[in-house]
Design a protein around this ligand. Structure first.
Ligand SMILES: Cc1cc2nc3c(=O)[nH]c(=O)nc-3n(C[C@H](O)[C@H](O)[C@H](O)COP(=O)(O)O)c2cc1C
Length: 204
């Protein structure tokens, strides 16, 4: 098959784009609002884009709470999603209002960061403390601005749980990263699994 954009006339039940650009790492972004409310949400349009200096980027479809917070405070943390945290990570993708702290909502323990104000996820195997470089809207090929916000951050501190270091390496067999595939699919290092999107408000 072959199809063209922006018509997106693939004729399939779901757009295969994100299933093709996969697996993607997940940036589990913690931030704090100007009012001091913590926020935690997963972003799989996420990657490292430079190592000198260390710069990461995530993309938000619309001006979501994470972007608003980082725009206001200039700081965020990318928490590592291992298999130990797949379910809690997914739970923090709820479309909760900005005054909801997803650490509380999903009963996720936090720990203080060292160089930035947003806390990290206590049980994450690693966390990247970041200072905002730039927030910019993604542009289409014709130069028009889209409502997709690219957030670039320079890594200023790296937390690693010492138990994840073996023979001097951040050990993948211990940290067991989770990556995003298409649809509701995720990948662990041993294969694929599915996570349903969480309901909001939480079912009684
Ligand atoms: C694994 C996963 C990856 C996600 N990746 C993105 C993404 O790259 N961009 C985006 O806008 N939303 C993404 N979402 C949805 C956001 O997590 C969701 O909209 C969340 O409520 C945003 O929270 P915030 O408003 O507190 O920033 C993803 C959800 C999941 C479960």
């Amino acid at each position: 098959m072959y199809y063209t954009l922006p018509q997106n006339d693939h004729g399939l039940p779901h757009d295969p784009f994100k299933a093709i650009v996969a697996p993607r790492p997940i940036g589990w972004i913690s931030s704090i609002s100007a009012d001091g409310v913590a926020n935690l949400a997963p972003y799989s349009f996420f990657n490292a884009v430079s190592s000198t200096p260390h710069i990461v980027m995530f993309s938000s479809a619309g001006w979501k709470d994470s972007v608003a917070n980082i725009s206001a405070t200039g700081e965020f943390v990318c928490n590592y999603v291992g298999e130990n945290l797949a379910e809690p990570m997914n739970a923090t993708s709820v479309p909760a209002p900005s005054d909801v702290d997803e650490f509380d909502f999903a009963a996720i323990a936090s720990a203080p960061s060292r160089q930035v104000a947003p806390p990290r996820v206590a049980d994450a195997w690693a966390a990247l403390e970041c200072r905002l470089c730039e927030i910019t809207a993604a542009k289409a090929a014709d130069g028009s601005t889209t409502d997709n916000w690219l957030v670039f951050g320079e890594v200023v501190g790296v937390y690693i749980d010492d138990r994840a270091i073996r023979d001097g390496r951040f050990e993948v067999d211990i940290a067991r990263p989770v990556a995003r595939l298409g649809y509701l699919d995720f990948a662990g290092i041993d294969g694929r699994f599915e996570l349903k999107r969480p309901d909001w408000p939480r079912p009684k």
